[in-house]
Design a protein around this ligand. Structure first.
Ligand code: ADP
Ligand code: ZN
Length: 290
């Protein structure tokens, strides 16, 4: 059976795996994301010694995911200076295998559609709420690309009264990532999210911002399901709050069975943390099998 390499290239860690085309993970290793000089040779060696037939890469953005573009496979302008213009496809070309390339969140969305909570669906949004807020989208069976890829973590929100001045995004005064990602929680409350688990006011406000973002996504993309992952969503008390507030913001405008069954509409990842790895494997399988 074919062996598919999977590289989930995140801002915090690189997850390297080998799996089978039907989504069995055979082997896996994590290394911290430092600069390319510190980890790329290691990663190339790791895959080249494992006899893989294809590789799927899900990378942090912004990155060029357009196969027709000259800079396809490169990281674009990023605050992670060492990675600016780093070329993932070039770095792994010595492996001599076909490579599938997309964003980490699009790949996680693919993992959930193939193996997780969104099996059988074709229009699905995946949201990670962690160090940043990233959105992956499959629309009508295709991972969403356009000029680039969705950067919907930066949709503009309404700041809640009393929370003015707390958006930490360097680009926007009031965006979802700047108001709701982990660093924003820490800035606002002076402690990390996991230390604030028993403070209802933290999650009340957090869920309001997440629900504002979700409202936009529901109205724009009409997803059949929304999957939420990332470190902050480990606070699972957020789920019922986000669901209630999403319905409050929609305010009865959409009358649909999916929304009437809201507990199954906004859900945790079915792959339980493996959605990125499994999505990379599926991406690799697709380039191998066409
Ligand atoms: P990344 O986004 O870097 O890939 P994570 O998804 O783990 O990684 O997100 C890290 C962020 O999530 C940090 O800001 C951290 O404080 C926050 N976080 C991690 N675990 C928890 C938790 N149990 N509860 C609340 N916040 C958490
Ligand atoms: Zn922003």
């Amino acid at each position: 059976m074919a062996r598919i390499g999977a590289l989930e290239a995140g801002g915090t860690k690189m997850v390297l795996s080998v799996g089978t085309p039907d989504g069995r993970v055979l082997e896996r290793e994590e290394i911290p994301t430092q600069g390319p000089d510190d980890c790329v040779d290691k990663m190339v060696d790791w895959f080249s010694s494992r006899n893989i037939d294809a590789l799927g890469i899900g990378a942090f953005g912004p990155t060029d995911v357009n196969p027709k573009s000259k800079t396809y496979g490169q990281i674009l302008e990023t605050p992670k200076l060492a990675w600016r213009h780093f070329d993932f496809l070039d770095a792994f070309k010595s492996l001599n295998v076909p490579i599938g390339y997309d964003t980490d969140v699009n790949v996680a969305c693919l993992g959930e559609v193939t193996y997780g909570a969104a099996r059988g669906l074709d229009t699905v949004i995946y949201i990670t709420v962690g160090t940043g807020v990233g959105i992956g989208a499959m629309i009508g069976g295709k991972l969403l690309h356009g000029m680039l890829h969705p950067e919907a973590g930066h949709v503009i929100l309404q700041v809640r009264p009393g929370d003015e001045g707390n958006c930490v995004c360097p680009y926007h005064d009031a965006c979802l990532e700047g108001l709701a990602a982990g660093p924003s929680i820490e800035h606002r409350w002076g402690a990390k999210g996991f230390e604030l688990a028993d403070k209802p006011e933290v999650w009340e406000l957090e869920s309001d911002y997440l629900a504002q973002g979700l409202t936009d996504f529901v109205l724009c993309y009409s997803p059949q399901k929304i999957i939420m992952g990332g470190g902050v969503m480990k606070q699972t008390q957020l789920f019922p709050l986000v669901r209630q507030k999403l319905l409050k913001y929609l305010n009865g405008y959409l009358v649909l069975p999916e929304l009437q069954d809201i507990d199954h509409y906004v859900v945790e990842a079915g792959c339980k943390g493996d959605q990125g790895v499994l999505g990379c494997i599926e991406l690799g399988r697709r380039v191998l099998e066409g």
